[in-house]
Design a protein around this ligand. Structure first.
Ligand SMILES: C[S@@+](CC[C@H](N)C(=O)[O-])C[C@H]1O[C@@H](n2cnc3c(N)ncnc32)[C@H](O)[C@@H]1O
Length: 361
């Protein structure tokens, strides 16, 4: 590095022999001191213009919803610390680093240039901002819009709740909920950790006989209920409960043909990994018990510190404990609009498995 700098500034990085290495932003308070933006000497204005344009172009050919998809996915789009999601005519952005915070005006300028939104909302409320020395920052940066943005996704009306989680919706699961619906016709289904009902809505659209939704957020469940009605469904039950308690009390009977488990991240750091593994095992064990056999279990983990192998291994342990066999039908992760970098394993956080649960022969 050369010269004076403040945390969050753009700096040039040089090797010990003086050779130029790259340009990035610095934060001496963060565990990652410098996040590189380019290995070529280039202006930040030019870099931002190019990256935002590329990220948008990259999505144009993807088989993802046209009304809603992720436009910018951090490192994988060459923009560490920045996430941008599109919901109809609005964009919701999330900034997670001090360096990107200082580039916010430039981000907004380029999003206006390449995406022409009616409004841009900032929903920077991730607890990780604290580690960067940043406070929560939420509000409209451009224009104005509704608190709940409705969007259409393959004939379903879904919603992004700007007072809810992530950027309002779990766009990373849209692909998986669609896949899951292949197993739904005439089935009695359970959507645990339902949020605003993405899985439940897809299952009902595909002809599920009945769906039970469980979540502990009253607000998310009231939006789920609104969406279920707006989509014309009445064959559902909504239960506001702690999923761990509810599953414990109800898993003595085999009641469901299909169970979805999509819990929140159980650990933000590797220090709480063991309890996260136990939490995942517990809900999966209960999910397997409450299923009729054979039945379909669609199970996810967005706990980034748990690897794919560890997730599969805990599922296998839960299957052994509940004396069932798992026959995996599909294994995947975040949707196509959430690319990840092989060299940055942290960018691959979502594990998703659809498995048939059978009695052991
Ligand atoms: C990953 S999100 C689910 C996303 C949803 N499946 C979708 O596709 O939109 C996790 C959800 O779990 C809920 N939640 C977290 N802990 C819970 C608990 N102990 N009991 C019930 N719900 C919980 C949160 O309110 C949140 O809605």
């Amino acid at each position: 590095m050369e010269g004076e700098f403040e945390d969050g500034d753009i700096v040039n990085v040089h090797l010990s022999n003086g050779k130029f290495y790259g340009v990035g932003y610095i934060n001496t308070k963060s565990k990652i001191t410098i996040r590189l933006l380019s290995l070529q000497p280039m202006s930040i204005e030019q870099m931002m213009d190019q990256r935002i344009a590329e990220a948008i172009r990259r999505r144009e050919v993807l088989p993802v919803g046209r009304e809603a998809h992720r436009l910018v996915n951090g490192e994988a789009d060459g923009l560490p610390g920045l996430v941008v999601d599109k919901y109809r005519d609005y964009l919701v952005l999330q900034i997670n680093t001090l360096g990107m915070e200082k580039l916010k005006d430039l981000v907004v300028e380029k999003l206006k240039k390449y995406a022409s939104p009616l409004g841009i909302y900032e929903k920077s409320d991730a607890p990780t901002r604290l580690k960067e020395g940043l406070k929560e920052s939420c509000g409209w940066l451009l224009g104005n819009g509704p608190e709940v943005i409705y969007f259409e996704q393959e004939g379903l009306l879904l919603a992004a709740d700007l007072k809810g989680q992530k950027t309002g919706a779990f766009l990373d699961q849209l692909h998986n909920s669609r896949l899951c619906s292949a197993f739904a016709k005439d089935r009695v289904c359970l959507d645990v950790f339902s949020y605003t009902g993405n899985f439940a809505l897809h299952l009902l659209k595909a002809g599920a006989q009945f769906v039970v939704l469980i979540d502990y957020s009253e607000r998310s469940l009231s939006i789920a209920e609104q969406l279920l009605r707006l989509n014309g469904f009445s064959n559902y039950q909504i239960i506001q409960a702690n999923a761990f308690d509810w599953l414990k009390e109800n898993s003595r009977f085999e009641r469901f043909d299909l169970v979805v488990l999509d819990p929140p991240s159980f650990a933000k750091t590797s220090t709480s990994k063991d309890s996260a593994l136990r939490g995942h095992k517990e809900i999966n064990l209960r999910g397997m018990k409450i299923l009729k056999k054979p039945g379909i279990l669609a199970t996810a983990s967005c706990t980034q510190v748990i690897s794919e192998q560890e997730f599969e291994s805990l599922l296998n342990d839960a299957a052994n404990d509940s004396k069932v066999l798992l026959s995996v039908l599909y294994k995947g992760g975040q949707g196509l609009d959430h690319p990840f970098l092989l060299e940055v394993p942290e960018t691959r956080y979502l594990k998703f498995i659809i498995t048939e649960v059978r009695r052991r022969y």
